[in-house]
Design a binder for this molecule. Sequence first.
Ligand code: ZN
Length: 294
Amino acid sequence: MEYKDYMVRATAADAQIRAFAITSRNLVDEARKIHDLTPICSAALGRLMSGALMMGDMLKNEKDALTITVDGDGPIGGLLATVNNRGEVKGYVKNNTVVLPNNDAGHLNVGGAVGNGTLTVTRDLGLKDPYVGTIQLLSGEIADDLTCYFVESEQIPSSVGLGVLVNKDFSIMEAGGFIVQLMPGASEEVISKLEGNIQGMKTVTEILKEGNTPEDMLNMVLAGFDIDITATMPVKYHCGCDRDRVERALTLLGKKELEDLASDSEDVEIKCHFCGKAYSFTPADLKEMMVKAK
Ligand code: ZN
């Protein structure tokens, strides 16, 4: 059977709870191939992209975008994922070669690779200024940090579970996760039942290993509630860069930087951070851009 990446959105307990779940093996494997990621880097970026996709599903409009930046002092040097509300994600890690021993639980040590630092969510809703929320990293394991972001920055009690399993040949075996949130006015009864469910759950990695679907994951976290699946959406890795965009980004560097780049008589090759596609500019191209730059 062909395997497809997708996410589902649901409400439960008369909309006192909203929930999202995702399966993302293919797109994490694509990111792994593009960026030549070690298993620990695949796990870090895969978790971040899976969480970002579910958060992208919370955006209202076609042109809205959401970016999560993780800046830590660990060997991975930081990572970033950016999404729209159409189920498209792209991302990268600064250092793709990190190898660390497993943590005490026997899992890929994502927290050790990320280190201490901050997580920033930028929501560009097409207004003059984007909404920006920053928190201190809790563990660097990504799911805990996103939970902390929702509580601290958006005041939404939430639980986030994310996992990535890597095969011996570094390809991705499973990837996915869930986000469950309490809406304002949720009753004490609903809250304690949901907390009980979450405490009794296996880890996302274990759940994924058993081959469960996003719907299965929601049935576990929302056990005993009436669940209404309100949307199902395919998700994929998508860059969308083109020469114009790269040119605009280069122009933003300013006259001085462009002058330095153009001072060599050779062509300058710029590689897209997200998909690795190379764009080549001649010194004449760069000089033309200097005219437009400030
Ligand atoms: Zn690209």
